[in-house]
Design a protein around this ligand. Structure first.
Ligand SMILES: Nc1nc2c(c(=O)[nH]1)N[C@@H](CN(C=O)c1ccc(C(=O)N[C@@H](CCC(=O)O)C(=O)O)cc1)CN2
Length: 285
């Protein structure tokens, strides 16, 4: 049976370390790292994630603000709020919860966030920095995946890593971070032919397609590391990933569960980025 990569436990360790660092930061500079979380509309999943972010801020000792706006908010109104937060000294990190309602252009909103406060690392300036390998922030989910792999003591050098999914939030940056660790990386997507043939050769598989339990044991190489980024709610309300856990765990050497795998790491990495943003602000970086 595979070793379970416990995101809940690892994220708690990360948050504990951040709490200690934050105490020292507050003592030295007399200010708290500040995060503004913006949510538009009432998507129930987004509400859960925003609540988790606020809870983590309180746990670590950050200042946090929630800006909950109605579904009817216009793009202009949201841009004005982002502009206000860009100029607010108490706020070091700005996070606009995605997805946004259809009538708001996500790209426009992301581009309006000051890159220094872009704790999601979605702004083109930060995306470019990640590409070069000289970055301030990493996007939270891919960074969380890397932390889990690192915690498990897995060396990625020369490993055949397959990322399934090519979103700007997960798939693309994930591939880049694996590449930075000297892995040989393949990205698969909806138009890829014979996905199974490709994943069956993966030493590390990162599944990020948003299709419930798509990857069963037939997709997995013996001894592979299987990372499940999927978050799918079944009709019976059960939360499952993109990986068929029971079946895949019989083949894998290490595997992340859903819930309790990558999800909690996403929040921990956001907290790490927020402290980085605050440190950079006090150092005038
Ligand atoms: N602005 C952003 N929007 C979104 C991001 C993001 O990184 N930035 N990522 C996702 C959602 N997300 C964070 O916002 C997120 C997803 C899942 C979890 C999590 O802890 N999941 C739990 C289960 C929670 C549940 O019961 O529903 C787990 O896996 O154990 C945290 C954050 C999209 N939007």
């Amino acid at each position: 049976m595979a070793k379970i990569l416990d995101g809940k436990a690892v994220s708690q360790r990360v948050k504990n370390a951040l709490k200690d660092e934050t105490e020292k930061f507050v003592e030295k500079y007399g200010i708290k790292p500040g995060l503004a979380v913006v949510i538009v509309g009432d998507d129930p999943a987004s509400r859960v994630y925003v609540n988790s972010k606020k809870k983590a801020c309180a746990e670590i000792g950050y200042y946090s603000e929630e800006h909950a706006l109605p579904e009817s908010t216009t793009e202009g109104e949201l841009l004005s709020l982002v502009e206000k937060l860009n100029g607010d000294e108490k706020i070091h990190g700005i996070l606009v919860q995605l997805p946004l309602p259809k009538h708001i252009n996500e790209e426009k909103i992301i581009n309006a966030i000051n890159p220094k406060k872009d704790v999601d690392a979605f702004h083109p300036v930060n995306v470019g920095k990640i590409m070069i390998g000289n970055f301030d922030f990493l996007p939270c989910t891919p960074a969380g995946v890397m932390e889990l792999i690192n915690e498990a003591g897995i060396d990625l050098t020369g490993k055949n890593c397959v990322v399934v999914g090519r979103s700007n939030i997960v798939g693309k940056p994930q591939a880049m971070l694996l590449l930075h660790k000297n892995a040989t990386v393949t990205i698969c997507h909806s138009k890829t032919k014979n996905i199974k043939e490709i994943t069956k050769n993966a030493d590390v598989l990162v599944a990020a397609v948003g299709r419930a339990q798509m990857f069963d044991g037939d997709y997995i190489k013996d001894g592979a590391v299987v990372i499940d980024v999927g978050m799918n709610r079944l009709e019976n309300k059960k939360l499952v990933g993109d990986v068929d856990f029971e079946s895949a765990a019989k083949k894998a050497s290490c595997i992340t569960p859903v819930p309790g795998g990558v999800g909690p790491m996403t929040i921990a990495m956001l907290m790490k980025n927020t402290l980085t943003a605050a440190k950079n602000a006090v150092l005038g970086k």
